[in-house]
Design a protein around this ligand. Structure first.
Ligand SMILES: Cc1cc2nc3c(=O)[nH]c(=O)nc-3n(C[C@H](O)[C@H](O)[C@H](O)COP(=O)(O)OP(=O)(O)OC[C@H]3O[C@@H](n4cnc5c(N)ncnc54)[C@H](O)[C@@H]3O)c2cc1C
Length: 421
């Protein structure tokens, strides 16, 4: 019998497994064949993720080969630039996340953790005082507490245990490799977040610039994988706004793309007797920028800390005891979530207004130092429960002041509502 079985070895599951293997007997199960390869991922890793990552990883330049110095919130009209150099330390780091996952797993194993890769959990059976999971080969394992860290790929399992599932969309990305000299010439920033209603009504087109490689794609639609792919190729080939960034970078139309679900909006409860849900599976992804790594790391950290004392006290891991996990996730993350919810409400959905608003917002970034400072501070804040929503409201007021009079007349109710989030 394991103390904890974790299903899913994304950022949530691996960081949870690594942390709990210091004090518990933990099994980590993953459907993908990680022994062969952990898929390449290049991510934005804001400084506010730091409290949830041990220094041994945070200070490892193979995991984080680039500092996150400048972002580009791009609209059709403007490159809205924010450079950390104006304020001090970097906005965070750029993560070669497959290396982070590999190193978390290596340490997990060193600490006595057990992995089973290339195995899909197909069934979960509740017993009176333990939980049994069954894999696609018919083998079963038992645990005192089960952790669902299945992202957007484990909804049937989640439902079978009576959990809600979050709102889920589709996203696509590809990795493109290029010499550092070309990347340095083409990209003055490490992160581009670009809204264009014709690409997606519900998410950004993005560049995450790593070392020797970029990840690019878009989030938030509900097309099929072939449609997503065809559109991504069209954008990379023809979309004028991004051609300067692709200049001199070699890629061909057969390039491998990864498409899949991306969820947001937290479900109402993350725990039941002997089961908790971490990260994206619980809808713990910020609504506007889709920061899922922050939420995966934070929920794993919070759960690993609480479960240590429960395990020591021979707990039965009742829903009442585990409710502390839900409460702490809400305390740590949900004040910050209000910013994403308000931005989502303002900038996504209706096409005409979202274009006007995003153009104005990106221009504000270039012209108003206080706006830049507030965004900078949100990136580096090491305790997001103290995120200052008054600053968000102030930025909202500046945005309202900056839009054309005719837009003010139609959009003021929308602003009023967004301010109340
Ligand atoms: C294109 C794209 C770019 C992104 N960029 C960023 C970024 O730059 N910064 C950021 O903060 N966030 C980013 N996000 C969001 C973030 O990557 C995710 O929200 C986060 O990685 C989710 O982590 P997770 O561990 O909760 O889930 P996942 O990473 O989805 O891991 C779940 C794992 O569970 C496994 N699994 C599922 N069901 C089973 C089963 N039945 N049996 C066994 N295994 C199973 C899956 O194979 C998977 O490996 C991005 C998302 C996308 C789609």
């Amino acid at each position: 019998m394991y103390d904890f079985i974790v299903i899913g070895a994304g950022i949530s599951g691996t960081s949870f497994a690594y942390k709990t293997s210091k004090y518990a007997k933990t099994l980590l199960i993953e459907a993908q064949d990680y022994d062969r390869e952990i898929p390449v991922r290049t991510n934005i890793f804001a400084e506010h993720n730091k409290p949830f990552v041990d220094d041994v990883f945070w200070n490892d330049d193979t995991i984080f080969p680039r500092p996150f110095i400048q972002l580009n919130y791009k609209s059709e009209k403007y490159n809205g630039l924010l450079s950390s150099k104006e304020f001090g330390a970097p906005l965070g780091k750029i993560s070669h996340t497959e290396i982070l996952l590999q190193k978390l797993i290596d340490k997990f194993k060193d600490q006595g953790g057990i992995t089973r890769f290339n195995e899909n959990i197909t069934k979960i059976v509740r017993h009176t005082d333990y939980i049994e999971v069954v894999n696609n080969k018919g083998e079963s394992f038992t645990t005192k507490l089960l952790v669902l860290a299945t992202g957007s790929r484990g909804f049937p399992l989640q439902k079978s245990l009576g959990f809600e599932t979050p709102e889920s969309y589709m996203g696509i990305y590809t990795n493109i490799y290029a010499d550092e000299s070309i990347l340095n010439e083409n990209f003055s920033f490490q992160y581009m977040f670009h809204l264009n209603h014709n690409i997606s009504q519900n998410g950004p087109f993005f560049f995450n610039v790593g070392k020797g490689r970029i990840a690019t794609g878009y989030l938030g639609n509900r097309e099929s994988p072939p449609e997503l792919r065809e559109k991504l190729i069209r954008i990379l080939k023809n979309y004028q706004k991004i051609q300067p960034f692709m200049k001199g970078i070699k890629w061909d139309e057969n390039l491998p793309c990864v498409s899949g679900g991306i969820s947001k909006h937290p479900i109402s409860s993350f725990s039941k007797d002997r089961v908790i849900v971490l990260g994206e599976a619980a809808g713990l992804v910020t609504a506007f920028f889709y920061e899922g790594i922050l939420c995966g790391l934070a929920s794993a950290h919070i759960a690993a800390t609480l479960l240590n004392s429960l395990l020591e006290g021979n707990s039965n891991f009742t829903k009442t005891e585990l409710k502390k996990y839900d409460d702490e996730v809400a305390r740590v993350l949900f004040t910050y979530f209000r910013n994403g919810n308000a931005c989502e409400y303002l900038f996504y959905n209706e096409s005409a207004s979202s274009k006007t608003l995003w153009n104005a917002y990106t221009n504000l970034l270039n012209t108003n130092k206080t706006v830049r400072q507030y965004i900078y501070e949100a990136h580096i804040n090491q305790d997001l429960s103290t995120h200052n929503t008054d600053y968000d409201r102030w930025v909202g007021e500046q945005l309202f002041a900056a839009i054309p009079v005719i837009s003010k007349m139609t959009l003021w109710p929308k602003f009023l509502k967004a301010m109340s989030f």
